[in-house]
Design a protein around this ligand. Structure first.
Ligand code: ADP
Ligand code: MG
Length: 223
């Protein structure tokens, strides 16, 4: 009986972990990143406690949003994906989209007369990640579709955004002041904003590589 119970437990465990793995696979992350591999010492403007609080998923339960702001390479996508991985592992339906890709999907849906259906699906994710707002300009049509999605998700489900543009520049991002302020209004109503001010981690890695290379050259020259 004990053995049977043990096997049952193991089976349930395996089932749970398969379900987690499926949820992660379906989320469409560009890469797998965790908070364990994030070097908080390198980015002191980030409050580690705040990130660890986000990792408890209370913000998902409270249907709050998170916005990561900062210049390229400071870790916005890494942190957004790491939180998304935790959400997916906890069986919250989760999906990652690059903002430009998301607008293309909405445009296509509208063109094919199934915008309503698409918006319905997209508004149901418990956690939606919209990465890289502002890297590419959006036309009025795109901004309108984006606004519709945000309105659908408002106070219902959690959205995690990342952007390299300060909120003051979002008028230009959405190419319309009225739409931009309506979008910002809804996003920021229940939201934690994490502004990352620091150096690019990509640049740090490049610098280290260059230093290593220089060291090797120096050794060779001295031989
Ligand atoms: P952003 O989205 O802000 O442009 P990313 O999150 O894509 O930047 O980070 C760029 C690369 O550097 C990624 O491979 C990411 O994992 C890594 N990275 C960024 N910040 C850190 C950090 N503080 N610790 C560890 N890796 C980091
Ligand atoms: Mg990024």
């Amino acid at each position: 009986d004990q053995i049977a119970e043990f096997c049952g437990e193991q089976e349930a465990k395996a089932k749970r972990s398969r379900a987690c793995e499926n949820q992660i696979k379906m989320a469409g992350f560009p890469f797998r990143k965790s908070l364990d591999t994030f070097d908080f010492d390198f980015q002191p403007s980030i409050d580690k406690e705040q990130i660890m609080e986000l990792a408890t998923m209370r913000f998902v339960e409270n249907r709050e949003n998170v916005v990561f702001l900062g210049t390229p390479g400071v870790g916005k996508t890494h942190l957004a994906v790491a939180l998304g991985m935790i959400a997916a592992s906890n069986r919250y339906s989760t999906h990652y989209f690059n903002c430009h890709e998301l607008i293309s999907i909405l445009n296509k849906a509208q063109y094919e007369n199934r915008l309503e259906e698409k918006l319905k699906v997209l508004s149901k994710y418990r956690v939606l990640i919209i990465d890289e707002i502002g890297y590419l300009p959006m036309d009025i049509q795109g901004a309108n579709l984006f606004f519709q999605l945000i309105t659908r998700r408002y106070e219902k489900n959690t959205t995690i955004f990342t952007s390299n543009k300060a909120f003051s520049a979002w008028d230009e991002v959405f190419s319309d002041v009225t739409i931009a302020s309506a979008i910002l209004d809804r996003i920021l109503h229940h939201c934690q904003v994490i502004s990352i001010k620091g150096e690019s981690y990509r640049l740090k890695e490049r610098k280290e590589l260059m230093r290593e290379r220089q060291k090797r050259i120096n050794t060779l020259m001295n031989e």
